[in-house]
Design a protein around this ligand. Structure first.
Ligand code: NDP
Length: 454
C-alpha cells in the first residue's frame, strides 16, 4: 500500500521535473526508504508531505552581469532554491561551478532539509549558486562577480529568512565579498551569511567543521564494532575545504590518508600525507590556487593519475585501504568504484561530499555490510557549526574554539545515535541510509503537520 503510494508520488515528481536527473536520484533514494514510515503514519500521506517536500517553497533565478579584467562584460545565472522553512529559516550553501543549474541545486536543497533536521538545530533547507567558474579568475573578477550576485540576492535573504554559506567554489574569499556587499546595500551588520571570518562574526571551527565532522562520524561508526581510526589507511578525494580538514582530523586521530584529488586527477602518496605535506597542499589550493598534480613535483615518491574523461571508474577507489572519505562532488563513486572499494578492503565509507555515490554504489555498500555513512549524516558537521555561528551572531558573542569543537563532536554523536535508532526502529539495524532519511523526515513532517499549512 505505502510502496505503491511512493511509486505514484515518484512518477508524478518525475513527470513534473524533467531534465533534472540529480534531483530525481536524490528524491527516489530518500522516498523509497520511507515506505515503512508511511505504512505506520497515514497522516503523512493525507497531508501530502512527500509531495510538498519535493516542491521548493520558492525558487529565485536571476541574471548576474559582471566585468572581467579586460573590460569585457559577462553574464551568468544566479539561483536560490528555498526548499523548506518548516523547522527554521532557510539554510544551505552557495555553489559556484560551471555545472550548476536548477536541477543540481534542487537536489542539494532537498538533501539539505534532511541534513539540517538531523543536526537538531532549528534550520530549514536551501541551496543556491551560479554557473560562474571562479577557476582562473583574478581576485578582482571574483569580487566583482560576488558583488553583482549579492546585488540581487540580498532582497531574498536575511538573518530571519535565509542564511547562505559556502560550498564548492565559495570559500572565505567569496563569503567576505558577498558579506561586504550585503552590508553596503542594507546598512546592517547581521549574521546573514555563515562561514564569515573569525574576527567579523564567524565561528571558530567553521572551516574545519565538515571534514572534522565526517571523521568524527566515521569514528562513531567504527566504535559500534569496537574499532578506531588508529593506523587505518584512508582514501580521500577532493582537495578543497572538506578534503583538507578531513585529512587534518584523520592525522590527529592516527589515520593514514594517502590520496587527494581535483577535477584534473588524483595523487597517491604511499608514504602517507603528513602534517607538513597537508600544509603545503593548503597553501597550494587556498593561496596559489594551483592544481593537485603539482604535489608530485614537490613529493616525487607520490604518483599522479590524470582523470579519464567520461571514465566509468576512477582508479583512486581501487587502491587497497581501510576507509574512504569521498569529499569532492556528486556521483564520484560509481557501482564499479564501490565494488573496487569493497574488494580493496574498505570497511568504512563516510561521505564528506553530497551524494558522492551513485545508486548502484549505495546498493553494493549496503549489501556488503560495510559501515556506510551517507552525506546527509556524515557531512552535517559543516551546517551544524553554521547553526552555532548563527547562535553566536545572535548573542553577539564568540565561543572559544574548544567549546565549538566539543559541540560539534556532541552533535555528530547525537546524529549517529538518532540515525542508528531510527534504522533499528524501522527494522533495518545498521542501515545508516534508511536511518538518516527517516530521522530527518519525521522531524520535518511533524513540523508541517503542527504548522497546519493547508
Ligand atoms: P571546494 O570547492 O573547497 O573543493 C571541491 C573539491 O572537489 C576540489 O578539489 C574540486 O576540484 C573537486 N571537484 C569539484 N567538482 C568536481 C568535479 N565535477 N569532478 C572532480 N572533482 C571535482 O568545495 P568543498 O570542499 O566545500 O565541497 C566538497 C563537497 O563537500 C561538495 O559535494 C559539497 O557539496 C560538500 N559539502 C561541503 C560542505 C562545506 O562546508 N564546505 C558542507 C557539506 C557538504 P577542482 O578544483 O578541480 O574543481
Amino acid at each position: 500500500m505505502a510502496s505503491s503510494y511512493v511509486d505514484s508520488v515518484l512518477d508524478d515528481i518525475e513527470a513534473n521535473n524533467p531534465g533534472e536527473p540529480e534531483f530525481l536520484q536524490a528524491v527516489r533514494e530518500v522516498y523509497t526508504s520511507l515506505v515503512p514510515v508511511l505504512e505506520r503514519h497515514k497522516e503523512y500521506r493525507e497531508a501530502k508531505i512527500l509531495e510538498r517536500m519535493a516542491e521548493p517553497e520558492r525558487v529565485i533565478i536571476f541574471r548576474v552581469p559582471w566585468l572581467d579584467d579586460g573590460g569585457v562584460i559577462h553574464l551568468n545565472r544566479g539561483y536560490r532554491v528555498q526548499m523548506s522553512s518548516s523547522i527554521g529559516p532557510y539554510k544551505g550553501g552557495l555553489r559556484f561551478h560551471p555545472t550548476v543549474y536548477l536541477g543540481l541545486l534542487k537536489f542539494l536543497a532537498f538533501e539539505q532539509v534532511y541534513k539540517n533536521a538531523l543536526t537538531g538545530l532549528p534550520m530549514g533547507g536551501a541551496k543556491g549558486g551560479s554557473n560562474f567558474d571562479p577557476k582562473g579568475r583574478s581576485d578582482g573578477e571574483v569580487r566583482r562577480f560576488c558583488q553583482s550576485f549579492m546585488t540581487e540576492l540580498y532582497r531574498h535573504i536575511g538573518q530571519f529568512t535565509d542564511i547562505p554559506a559556502g560550498d564548492i567554489g565559495v570559500g572565505a574569499r567569496e563569503i567576505g565579498a558577498l558579506f561586504g556587499q550585503y552590508k553596503r546595500i542594507t546598512n546592517q551588520f547581521t549574521g546573514v551569511l555563515t562561514g564569515k571570518g573569525p574576527n567579523w562574526g564567524g565561528s571558530h571551527i567553521r572551516p574545519e567543521a565538515t571534514g572534522y565532522g565526517a571523521v568524527y562520524f566515521a569514528q562513531e561508526m567504527l566504535a559500534t564494532r569496537g574499532d578506531t581510526l588508529e593506523g587505518k589507511t584512508c582514501l580521500v578525494s577532493g582537495s578543497g575545504n572538506v578534503a583538507q580538514y578531513t585529512v587534518e582530523k584523520l592525522l590527529a586521530l592516527g589515520g593514514r590518508p594517502v590520496t587527494l584529488s581535483d577535477s584534473g586527477g588524483f595523487i597517491h602518496d604511499p608514504d602517507g600525507i603528513d602534517e607538513e605535506k597537508l600544509g603545503w597542499v593548503m597553501q597550494l589550493k587556498n593561496e596559489r590556487r594551483g592544481r593537485i598534480r603539482e604535489y608530485v613535483e614537490k613529493y616525487p615518491r607520490a604518483v599522479f593519475v590524470a582523470a579519464g574523461a567520461g571514465a566509468e571508474a576512477n582508479p583512486l577507489w581501487s587502491i587497497p585501504a581501510d576507509c574512504a572519505f569521498p569529499s569532492a562532488t556528486q556521483n564520484e563513486i560509481t557501482g564499479k568504484d564501490a565494488a573496487s572499494l569493497i574488494a580493496g578492503g574498505v570497511t568504512v565509507v563516510a561521505e564528506g561530499a553530497n551524494m558522492p555515490t551513485t545508486p548502484d554504489g549505495v546498493h553494493l555498500f549496503l549489501a556488503s555490510g560495510l559501515l556506510y555513512g551517507p552525506g546527509k549524516a556524515a557531512n552535517a558537521g559543516g551546517v551544524a557549526v553554521s547553526g552555532l555561528e548563527m547562535s553566536q551572531d545572535s548573542e553577539r558573542l564568540q565561543w572559544p574554539r574548544e567549546r565549538v569543537d566539543a559541540e560539534l563532536q556532541q552533535i555528530m554523536r547525537t546524529i549517529h545515535t538518532q540515525v542508528t535508532a531510527a534504522a533499528e526502529e524501522y527494522g533495518n539495524p545498521g542501515n545508516y541510509v534508511m536511518g538518516a532519511n527517516i530521522a530527518g523526515f519525521v522531524k520535518v513532517a511533524d513540523a508541517i503537520l503542527d504548522e497546519q499549512i493547508w
